[in-house]
Design a protein around this ligand. Structure first.
Ligand code: EPZ
Length: 444
C-alpha cells in the first residue's frame, strides 16, 4: 500500500518549521553505540523511518533502545550484544544501506557480521566494493554468498591498516572509522570524506574514547584502543532537510524560517541560493529563506563531495531553477543516475533536457559512459498540476515542491518514501499554509 497526497498548488509557503538531527548522521551514531561497553544517549533525534529501521536492527542484536521521540532523546544499551537471526536481518536489511556499517562494531563484539541485500534510493549502481576492500585490509575474511556477505574476524582480531579511497565515499569513510577505532594499532585513511556528518561521527567516537585526527588533505589517522565507553551527544541539524525547505520557499515564492538550520554546514548551499536570487537571514536559532520578489537567475551548478555543492541538495533546487530566467546547467558528479525525477517535472511543464556528457568544469567518473548525469533547465516555465509518483527520497520531496508551485491540484503517490528522511513533513507543510491532504492509499 502506498499513500497519496492531494496538493493544491499556487500558494506561497510561509511560516516557521523546525529541523532536528541529520538523517545521514543519526543512524551512524546509533550504530557506533555498539562499540561501547556502557549505555549511550543521543539527543536531537528525528522521528524518521531510517531511525526506526536502525533501532529494530540494533534490537535484533540485543541492544536495548529507548526513544522518547517527543524530546528527541534516545538511549542505547549495548551490554548484551548477541548474534541476530539471518532471516530477521534480511527482513529489515533491504530498506536501507545502513546495515553495512554494522560490520566493524559486530566484528569487534562478536567476531562475525552479515550483510544482507542492501536497499536505499535508486540513484545509481551504489556498489559496496570499497567497503569490502576496507574490511579485507583490516584482515577480515569476506565471503560473498548468494544470500549476502558473511564476514569473520582473523585470529588475533582486526589489525590497523592503510587505505587509499579511490573516491571520497561517505559510507566507506564511516566503515573505516567504525572498524579502526578498536583495531590493533594505527590506521591511515587517505582520500577520506569530510562531510559535517562525518566530523560529527568523529566527535561521537572521540567522546567514547577513540583517538582520531583529521588532516586538511583528507587524511584521517586513527589509533586503535582496546575499549570504548558509551557517549552522550546532541546530533547536528539536518542540512539537507533545511536546504530542501529553502528550495521550497524559492519555488513557491514563499518565506520560511527554518529553526535549527546551521550556517557553517550550509555555506556552499547559501552561496548558490544567493546566486539564484534567493534571500536569507541568519540568526542564532536558524535561517530564514525567502523569495525577495523579481526574477530568479539561471546558474551553472556542479555537485561534489564536501565542501562542494551536495548531491542531495540538487533535486530540490532543480525545481526552483525551472522558475529561473534563462538556461541553468546542472552536472551531477556523485551519482550516475540522479535525474530520473525530472521526468515528472517535464510532465508538469518544465523544460529540462538530460545529457550523458559532463556539462561542467570538471570531467567526472561518469563522463564517456552511458549515464544521463547532466541537465539543462530552461526557464521560467509555469508548472501545471499532474498525478505523479515519488521515485526516491530527495526526488520525492522535489515532486512535492513542484506540486506546491504548480497551478491546480496534483495527486502525489508513494509519499511514504519521503518519511524515510523528512520528519513530520505533512504537519510542517500545513504549518506553512500549504493546502495538502491525504486522500488514502493505493495497492502497489
Ligand atoms: C551517503 O550515501 C548518504 N546516505 C547519501 O544521502 C549521500 O548522497 C552520499 O553519502 C553522498 O554524500 C547516507 O548517509 C545514509 P557514498 P553513501 O559512499 O554513503 C560510490 C540521501 O538522499 N561508491 O559517499 O552510500 C557510489 O556509488 C542519501 O540522504 C562506490 O563506487 O554514499 C557513489 O557514486 C542519498 N563503491 C559515490 O561513491 C563503494 O563501495 C558516493 O557514495 C561505495 C561508494
Amino acid at each position: 500500500m502506498t499513500s497519496i497526497l492531494r496538493v493544491e498548488g499556487g500558494h506561497p509557503l510561509t511560516g516557521t518549521i523546525v529541523v532536528r538531527g541529520a538523517k545521514n548522521f543519526v543512524p551512524k551514531a546509533m550504530v557506533a553505540s555498539l562499540l561501547g561497553n556502557s549505555p549511550s544517549e543521543l539527543s536531537n533525534v528525528p522521528l524518521i523511518r531510517d531511525v526506526d529501521l536502525v533501532s529494530d536492527l540494533l534490537r535484533l542484536h540485543g541492544v536495548e533502545v529507548e526513544f522518547d521521540h517527543k524530546r528527541g532523546v534516545m538511549s542505547l544499551d549495548p551490554r548484551n550484544v548477541t548474534r541476530a537471526q539471518r532471516s530477521d536481518i534480511d527482513a529489515l536489511g533491504g530498506a536501507s544501506r545502513i546495515p553495512i556499517l554494522f560490520c566493524g562494531p559486530l566484528l569487534h563484539q562478536l567476531n562475525e557480521a552479515f550483510i544482507p541485500e542492501l536497499g536505499g534510493c535508486n540513484i545509481g549502481g551504489r556498489p559496496i566494493d570499497f567497503h569490502l576492500e576496507i574490511l579485507r585490509s583490516f584482515g577480515a575474511d569476506v565471503d560473498k554468498r548468494p544470500d549476502g556477505v558473511h564476514i569473520t574476524s582473523p585470529t588475533g582480531g582486526l589489525q590497523g591498516t592503510v587505505i587509499d579511497l579511490p573516491f571520497p565515499s561517505v559510507g566507506a569513510t564511516e566503515q573505516t572509522l567504525l572498524t579502526a577505532v578498536r583495531a590493533e594499532g594505527r590506521t591511515i585513511l587517505r582520500g577520506a570524506a569530510v562531510e559535517p556528518e562525518i566530523m560529527d561521527l568523529i566527535n561521537v567516537l572521540q567522546k567514547m574514547g577513540a583517538i582520531i585526527s583529521v588532516d586538511t588533505d583528507r587524511t584521517i589517522r586513527i589509533e586503535g584502543v582496546e575499549e570504548l565507553q558509551g557517549y552522550s551527544h546532541t546530533a547536528l541539524p539536518d542540512r539537507i532537510e533545511a536546504a530542501s525547505w529553502g528550495a521550497a520557499a524559492l519555488a513557491t515564492r514563499g518565506d520560511i524560517y527554518v529553526k535549527g538550520a546551521h550556517q557553517p554546514d550550509m555555506t556552499t548551499f547559501l552561496n548558490t541560493y544567493r546566486k539564484v536570487g534567493g534571500a536569507f537571514d541568519i540568526d542564532t536559532e536558524g535561517i530564514r529563506f525567502y523569495h525577495p520578489g523579481g526574477a530568479l537567475k539561471s546558474i551553472a551548478l556542479e555537485t561534489a563531495v564536501h565542501p562542494g555543492f551536495m548531491t542531495d541538495w540538487q533535486q530540490p533546487l532543480v525545481v526552483a531553477l525551472t522558475q529561473a530566467q534563462g538556461l541553468s546547467i546542472v552536472h551531477e558528479t556523485v551519482y550516475e543516475n540522479r535525474f530520473g525525477f525530472t521526468q515528472a517535472l517535464r510532465q508538469m511543464g518544465a523544460n529540462i533536457q538530460v545529457f550523458k556528457e559532463c556539462l561542467g568544469a570538471t570531467p567526472c567518473r561518469f563522463g564517456q559512459r552511458n549515464f544521463l548525469h547532466s541537465a539543462a533547465i530552461s526557464g521560467p516555465t509555469p508548472l501545471h498540476a499532474a498525478d505523479i509518483t515519488v521515485p526516491d527520497l530527495r526526488g520525492g520531496f522535489s515532486h512535492l515542491i513542484a506540486a506546491l508551485a504548480a497551478e491546480g491540484v496534483s495527486r502525489v503517490s508513494g509519499i511514504d518514501v519521503i518519511a524515510r528522511g523528512y520528519e513530520h513533513f505533512t504537519i510542517k507543510l500545513r504549518q506553512l499554509d500549504a493546502r495538502v491532504e491525504y486522500i488514502g492509499s493505493i495497492v502497489q
